[in-house]
Design a protein. Structure first.
Length: 159
């Protein structure tokens, strides 16, 4: 499956990073109320976007007439797991410190990328999609990791 991706999809994929950067900056601000709201918004946005990463596999499975049943089952599974990880990340702050959600989300984004890199190697995902996903994952993990580290240190950023 070595198809190219439309430029619109690439542009929109990159624009999706704005939510991470915006919520991340708000989460690191000096105002504790806004910072908490930004932190919660960042967790929610990351959970939704991780779910979207999984949804790509559903789309590929539904459109793959030549794929084996095993490949389709794996794609459906990969379509659901990121959503479940995101859902758990949303629930974690009810039981444990909220920063644990960021750890889980970081792990989820990295795991999704590792799996998709393998799928790309096997020719199951378009090359440009994989390149875009690598770029987006690096930025997402960097933002989530920075917010996690800075908040754990108790630091803030002045705007």
């Amino acid at each position: 499956m070595r198809r190219s991706m439309p430029s619109t999809a690439i542009l929109l994929g990159l624009l999706g990073l704005l939510g991470f950067v915006g919520c991340g900056l708000i989460a690191l601000g000096e105002d504790p109320t806004k910072g908490g709201q930004g932190f919660n918004a960042l967790i929610a946005y990351a959970a939704v976007m991780l779910s979207f990463v999984g949804a790509v596999h559903w789309g590929l499975a539904l459109g793959a007439g030549a794929a084996t049943r095993r490949v389709q089952r794996l794609r459906y599974t990969l379509g659901v797991l990121p959503a479940l990880i995101g859902w758990v990340a949303l629930l974690l702050p009810l039981f444990v410190p909220p920063w644990t959600s960021l750890v889980l989300l970081i792990a989820g984004f990295i795991a999704a990328m590792v799996v998709e890199a393998r799928w790309a190697h096997l020719g199951y995902t378009p090359g440009r999609y994989t390149a875009l996903h690598w770029l987006v994952t690096v930025v997402v993990v960097a933002v989530l990791g920075c917010v996690l580290a800075i908040r754990l240190l108790g630091a803030h950023i002045s705007f």
